[in-house]
Write a protein that binds this ligand. Structure first.
Ligand SMILES: C[S@@+](CC[C@H](N)C(=O)[O-])C[C@H]1O[C@@H](n2cnc3c(N)ncnc32)[C@H](O)[C@@H]1O
Length: 217
């Protein structure tokens, strides 16, 4: 059976997305209450190590076994509880009121828009009071969005199927993300950027949206 694109890419390269956590997580780490942390699309674990070292319980989900093996190597060297699930995000059940931090960076883009939005809704319900949600997604400012819009069929709103990767790609805009959060949530930060990605592959730019919100108690 053909391996999924992620498994192929992780086998080609270690530390595919670098080893540093996202800056926003460093900036606001002190806001995260002691408890359980969930990373959806955890990859090799760069965004959770910092919290593992501070004794938070770590849970992660990813479709790539190779990425999770590397993540486990990192976590087992730290004195923390962890639980890693090798599964599709769409098959993972999020329990209610469980996590003090849920992270999902650069992963929801690979689900259809309807699936991504539903998952964000489930993430909100899975936060404890005072819990924090941190999302990173590609925005419609991404040059690839304009290209795909002109050259590919939309499977559903802002979602395209990429044959070569056997994968979907979805783009978001700031307003639709913001609309998911009413006044029971506080915005910690909202960043939109357009930048050159020098981390992997050929020269390319990304349009990004990062949002961190807190569920008010
Ligand atoms: C661009 S990487 C980002 C990894 C990590 N969040 C980071 O920022 O370092 C996307 C990750 O999502 C995982 N992934 C993609 N689609 C997935 C799915 N449907 N279910 C579970 N994991 C998925 C990939 O294996 C990969 O590790």
């Amino acid at each position: 059976m053909k391996e999924n694109i992620w498994e192929q890419r992780y086998k080609e390269l270690k530390n595919l997305w670098g080893i540093e956590p996202e800056w926003t997580l460093i900036q606001y780490e002190n806001l995260v209450k002691m408890g359980k942390i969930l990373d959806l699309g955890i990859g090799e674990g760069r965004n959770v190590v910092k919290f593992a070292l501070k004794n938070y319980d770590i849970e992660g989900v990813d479709i790539s076994q190779t990425a999770l093996k590397r993540c486990e190597e990192l976590l087992k060297n730290v004195d923390c509880n962890y639980n890693l699930h090798c599964t599709n995000l769409l098959d993972f059940t999020l329990d209610l009121n469980k996590y003090s931090l849920i992270i999902s960076t650069w992963t929801l883009n690979f689900l259809k828009k309807s699936e991504g939005l539903k998952l964000i809704k489930n993430m909100k319900n899975s936060l404890t009071n005072g819990g924090i949600l941190y999302l990173g997604v590609f925005s419609k400012e991404d040059p690839k969005y304009t290209f795909l819009k002109e050259s590919n069929k939309e499977i559903e709103k802002d979602t395209f199927y990429i044959n070569k990767r056997d994968s979907f790609i979805t783009y978001y805009d700031k307003e639709e993300i913001l609309n998911l959060f009413n006044n029971e949530y506080e915005i910690i930060c909202l960043k939109e950027s357009y930048s050159l990605d020098i981390g992997h592959g050929d020269k390319h730019y990304h349009g990004d949206i990062e949002i961190m919100i807190r569920k008010l108690s």
